[in-house]
Design a protein around this ligand. Structure first.
Ligand code: COA
Length: 329
């Protein structure tokens, strides 16, 4: 469902970005020593060369906090002044309370509302959608949106079909309310959707209420690939059509980073050359909810993104949940 934002008077502008990656880099060669795979196979099928894995005792909240501090610094906003913290994660520190409330306390914030959202690899876009709605409705003036994952906790390191695909990290953005009459920057529209009939093709084999453990990642790779290609293309098309944006006017595609072949397929469908696509999958692998804000923050740090750039995000993850977001940075 696409909601038209134009009747509302506030726009959510991204005024800060930050990211964190654990120090420990694990290459394909290293993984091939413990599981039956090769660097060549992983690169050819996914584009992944390496990933970062969190250290023992390094939690999702620690990574989220670091990314958040950097985003707040760029925004020039004190963590105490935030009205809202939405944290997307599949790997919370604890079952409850939410990791967002822990980050809230780490930031010294007591006045805002903090909560987690669970939408796996589409989590950042869902969190962005929620925060944007709070701002548009006037319920928040400043919001911190974080994607943070310790996916390595959910991997069976003997399962070559999944353990080579994922990594750990965090990315954060700070949104600020601007008068819609005064700027054309900000989130233009977000189009999210889910279909729970496909829960079984990308899931864990456990959970609190079922097995009493978080379980390990299970994926029917080919099926997920097939859905990703069509659903992401349809979503991008619906969003661009709704907001009457020609793909050639996009400055950047910043997609969820799961597989270079999916990303290249999307770029081709949008007739975008790969030099207008931000890719980090080769060095970060799939960091689930963290991947889009991580890629955005890295690209900003490299001086590639500038104020006023028109950006399309898209992501798909377990559920299946998928969608796209259009914004002017
Ligand atoms: C996972 C993925 C890379 C697998 O590539 P694929 O071409 O579909 O490969 P398949 O799963 O069909 O497996 C082909 C063969 O490679 C093998 N294989 C799987 N993982 C392997 C690995 N790491 N190293 C070597 N061989 C591997 C399989 O066992 C299979 O062998 P078989 O033919 O003898 O049974 C691909 O399906 C994919 O990227 N899917 C989408 C993943 C994704 O985006 N997930 C996240 C969404 S949020």
């Amino acid at each position: 469902m696409i909601m038209s934002p134009y009747a509302l008077s506030h726009r959510s502008v991204i005024v800060g970005c930050g990211h964190y990656l654990p120090q420990n880099v694990v290459t394909n060669e290293e993984l091939s020593k413990t599981v039956d795979t090769t660097h060549e196979w992983i690169v050819e099928r996914t584009g992944i060369h390496q990933r970062h894995f969190a250290a023992h005792g390094e939690l999702t909240s620690d990574m989220a906090f670091d990314a958040a501090k950097k985003a707040l610094k760029m925004a020039g906003i004190d963590g105490q002044d935030l009205d809202l913290i939405v944290l997307a994660t599949t790997t919370p520190d604890l079952t409850f309370p939410s990791t967002a409330t822990k980050v809230q306390a780490m930031l010294g914030n007591t006045k805002g509302l903090a909560f987690d959202v669970s939408a796996v690899c589409a989590g950042y876009l869902v969190a962005l959608n929620v925060a944007d709605n709070f701002i548009r409705l006037g319920q928040a003036k400043t919001a911190l949106v974080i994607g943070a994952e310790r996916l390595s906790s959910l991997l069976d390191m003997q399962d070559r079909s999944t353990c080579v695909l994922f990594g750990d990290g965090a990315g954060a953005t700070v949104l600020k309310a601007f008068d819609a009459q005064e700027t054309d920057r900000g989130i233009i529209g977000i189009h999210m959707q889910s279909d729970g009939n496909y829960r079984h093709i990308l899931c864990t084999d456990g959970g609190v209420a079922s097995t009493g453990t978080p379980g390990k990642v299970f994926m029917e790779g080919r099926e997920v690939f097939r859905h990703a290609v069509t659903k992401l293309a349809d979503s991008a098309d619906a969003t661009l059509t709704h907001y009457q944006v020609d793909p050639k006017d996009l400055d950047w595609l910043i997609p969820h980073q799961a597989n270079i072949r999916i990303i290249e397929g999307m770029a081709k469908k949008l007739h975008m050359s790969m030099d207008k696509v931000i890719t980090t999958v080769h060095k970060h692998a799939n960091t689930s909810a963290a991947s889009i804000p991580l890629a955005l923050s890295c690209a900003l740090e490299e001086g590639r993104i500038k104020e006023g750039d028109l950006i399309l995000h898209e992501a798909i993850g377990g559920g299946l949940v998928w969608g796209s977001a259009l914004l002017r940075f």
